[in-house]
Write a protein that binds this ligand. Sequence first.
Ligand code: FAD
Ligand code: EPU
Length: 356
Amino acid sequence: MHKKKYFSSQSLKDLNTFAIDVTAKKIIFVKTIQSLIDISKICQLSNIPYIILGEGSNVLFLENYVGVVIINRIKGIKIVEKKNFWLLHVFSGEKWHNLVKLTLNLGILGLENLALIPGCIGSAAIQNIGAYGLEFKDVCQYVDILSLRDNTIKRIYKNSCKFSYRNSIFKDQYKNEHAVIRVGMKLSKKWRPIVFSSLENYITLINITAYKIFNIICKIRKKKLPDPKKIGNAGSFFKNPLIKKKKAQKLINLYKVPNYPQKNGLVKISAAWLIENYKFKHLQIGDAAIHKKQKLILINKKNATAQEIIKLAKIIHKCILKKFNILLEPEVDLIGASGKIKASKIFKLNSKLKVI
Ligand code: FAD
Ligand code: EPU
């Protein structure tokens, strides 16, 4: 008997940068807010799960998705010049790196440290993307969200976005039935370079320009990070752990681990260093492996399954806990058959750890 057409599924392999070979019941690209509203409405009325994606560069699909994957391609950029600054109003389906290039080409400076980060504008806000001493929150003015329950649009100003390291209110209070549709950014005309410690070896402050920073960061990233078009990955698999000063001091005394004291008193520890210094020997599960040039990145060498990636991540998680007494928390969003899965369902994330 022939299967009816509406039972066939569509491949997500090219729509997630991990290149996991899974399917969705339906994949729909949206270019307008109205079509996003219409599709989500149909899904709600028919009780079909749905999820919004940008470029799929921060997700790991654990299995076939039984609902509709909505690919956000709502585009538009408006730039307004004020006396001392520029205002950017950007729809959420624009690509982040394209905005970085466009602004620099127009002589609008300030996004250069966030060059070459994959993904869309909407996810940049949700994730509060960061690199080389700059985070999205530092340039954000507001984020517009659409409630897919009542189709109202709400503007959340920066101070109410609860931005923190790879986190925001959009991963918490507004995580369900809300879509980020537009963001506002403010870039000062008084440009100041941000030269993060890991850039110091590459840059001299004499005659420094935003374009030099952009070029150096692109060069470093191309050298260190796997190109998702060639090797499946979703950037850092785990976050850098934030731990208390006392515990950090003990770790630093014991291992000289790279560390970055934070304004809130906590200390950020380099997870890549912890993984590097565990000295895993040729650890590979099927086609899932650790990227040689950046140990925080897990890669899909060819045909890895999500289960292989998870098995590898769990081994790393367990070993880092055992050796350094640190619980790593995934940065990547885990997506199950009908929606997002809490990382704590798969990884142990809380325990009363003794200070080593
Ligand atoms: P997706 O993976 O498509 O989505 C991420 C999450 O947001 C999902 O849960 C999705 O459901 C949700 N979502 C997406 N769009 C919307 C929307 N409009 N409304 C509501 N929910 C939405 N990140 C950094 O911070 N710094 C880096 O330096 C960095 N480097 C990277 C390098 C590589 C090679 C790769 C592959 C990734 C890197 N990342 C980095 C991670 C990733 O690029 C960012 O997290 C990025 O913001 C994800 O964007 P995306 O559009 O691909 O999000
Ligand atoms: N290191 C190692 N081994 C490695 C890589 C790094 O020991 O394989 C040590 C080095 O001492 C290095 C330090 O770790 O100086 C920091 O490494 P790196 O500059 O590569 O940064 P990271 O902390 O590993 C974070 C972000 C990246 C972002 C870079 C650049 C997280 C989880 N990751 O990585 O973001 O691009 O800083 O600022 O915060 C992402 O979020 O997906 C991502 C790639």
